[in-house]
Design a binder for this molecule. Structure first.
Ligand SMILES: N[C@@H](CCC(=O)N[C@@H](CS)C(=O)NCC(=O)O)C(=O)O
Length: 202
């Protein structure tokens, strides 16, 4: 299988962490893929009309997207995996955690495009502030929900690790650790996992 991804993308990182957590590295080649909302990647477009990463091309040639679908598919290859717990309460807590993390990433990636891609004269500060507000409010929920243990490292907390790594990478000045000691300490511990250490954004 081939994962269309790159080392900067936090959404692709979700899939790259799940691959490592489940020991699927030998079955999946990671293709370094350039994407931009304004410069279409025509090769990727043949597989994913949204031209976003991650996308996963299966051995039969079909392609899956987006990160949520890909991570669930990977989980099915190793059904006992704790990434998507089986008991209903734990599963929906993990899925809600994933939605929270994805929502933070959506907002942060929009700010990234607004500030790095959109011409300066067209930027809209109130809109940037609105996205940042979502990020900070959601980080406060993560702080409140952070466990003292790094387990379970389910899809919700995998997403949270991708959030922390992306904010460090693209928005160090936002200082997400400030006032969030539990989340900061949790992330420091989680960075020791091989799956997280090997997929640090670059
Ligand atoms: N909901 C999607 C979001 C994926 C996404 O936004 N990926 C970004 C890279 S981090 C992308 O491909 N952007 C290119 C574009 O917006 O055209 C997912 O979970 O996979």
């Amino acid at each position: 299988m081939k994962l269309w991804s790159n080392s900067a993308s936090p959404f692709a990182r979700k899939a790259r962490i799940v691959i490592r957590e489940l020991g699927l590295e030998a079955r999946i080649e990671e293709l370094d893929t350039v994407v931009s909302p304004v410069n279409p990647n025509t090769e990727l477009a043949q597989r994913n009309p949204l031209m976003k990463i991650p996308a996963l091309t299966l051995d039969d040639g079909a392609t899956l997207y987006d990160s949520r679908v890909i991570c669930e598919y990977l989980n099915e290859l190793n059904p006992g995996s704790p990434c998507f717990p089986r008991p209903l309460d734990a599963r929906y807590a993990a899925l809600r955690g994933q939605a929270l993390a994805d929502g933070i990433l959506d907002a942060a990636v929009l700010v990234r495009y607004e500030t790095a891609v959109r011409p300066e004269a067209l930027r809209w500060q109130e809109w940037i502030d609105g996205q940042k507000r979502k990020v900070y409010l959601a980080l406060d929920v993560l702080e409140a929900e952070t466990a003292t243990s790094e387990e379970p490292f389910d899809i919700g907390w995998i997403g949270a690790a991708c959030v922390a790594g992306y904010l460090d990478f693209r928005f160090p000045a936002w200082d997400w650790r400030s006032g969030r000691p539990r989340l900061s300490a949790w992330y420091e511990r989680v960075c020791e996992r091989r799956s997280v250490a090997e997929t640090m954004p670059r």
